[in-house]
Design a binder for this molecule. Sequence first.
Ligand code: ATP
Ligand code: NCN
Length: 194
Amino acid sequence: MKKKIAIFSGSFNPIHIGHLALANYICESNWIDELWFMVTPHNPLKEVRDLESNTLRLDMVQLAIQGYPKFKASDFEFALPQPSYTINTLDALKEKYPEYEFYLLIGADNWDLFDKWKDADKLISKYNLLIYPRVGHTINKENLPEHVYYIDSPVIEVSSTFIRENIEKGKDFRYFLHPNVYSFIKDKKLYTNE
Ligand SMILES: Nc1ncnc2c1ncn2[C@@H]1O[C@H](COP(=O)(O)OP(=O)(O)OP(=O)(O)O)[C@@H](O)[C@H]1O
Ligand SMILES: O=C(O)c1ccc[n+]([C@@H]2O[C@H](COP(=O)([O-])O)[C@@H](O)[C@H]2O)c1
C-alpha cells in the first residue's frame, strides 16, 4: 500500500492554531499517514501585498511542527513557476514521489470556488480531495464527485489576516499562535510597522 500524504497548501502568513489543529485532526484520523504544509510563494487568487518572504513563512511552519513526526514543511513550490497553481504542484509531486498517494486538503470555502481553480476537473480526476468544514460554507455531502471526501473536523475560525492586523495594532495575540511562532514574530518584529 502506498503511503498517503495530505497536501495542505497556503500562504501561512503566519501559520496559526486554526491550521495546526485542523492538520493534527486530519493526521489522527485514519485517512492519511502524513501531512505536508506546502508553503505557497504566490496564491493565484491572492495579492502578494503584506506577504512575508517565502523563507520566513517556511521558518514559521518549521518552528510550529517540531516534535510531531506526521507533519512535514515543504518548500517544493518555491522552485515551480508562479503563480502557484495546485495542478502543477500535484503533477510535479506525483512525478517526483511515485511511491506516495497524494490527498489535497481544502476547506469548504475553497470547494465553493473550486471551478475557478486551474484545471479543476483534472485535479478531481487525477487526485483525491479531502474537504473540511469552514464557517459560512455548506457542503452537499451526498453529491460529492468520486475521489472527493468530506472530513467532519472541528472548526477554529481564525485567519492569518486577523492575527496580522491585531499584531500590527500592538495586541498580544500569543494564544492564536504556536509559542515558537509567537516568539519568532516578536524577535523579528514581523507584522508591525517598526
Ligand atoms: N482557521 C482555519 N481552519 C482551517 N483551515 C484554515 C483556517 N484558516 C485558513 N485555513 C485554510 O488553510 C489554508 C491556508 O490558509 P492561508 O495561509 O491562506 O490562511 P488564512 O488564515 O486564510 O490567511 P489569510 O488571512 O492571510 O488569507 C487555506 O486552504 C485556508 O482555507
Ligand atoms: O490552482 C489554483 O488555481 C489555485 C487557486 C486558488 C488557490 N490555490 C491554492 O490553494 C491554497 C490555499 O488557498 P487560499 O486562497 O485558501 O489561501 C494556496 O496554496 C493556493 O496556491 C490554487
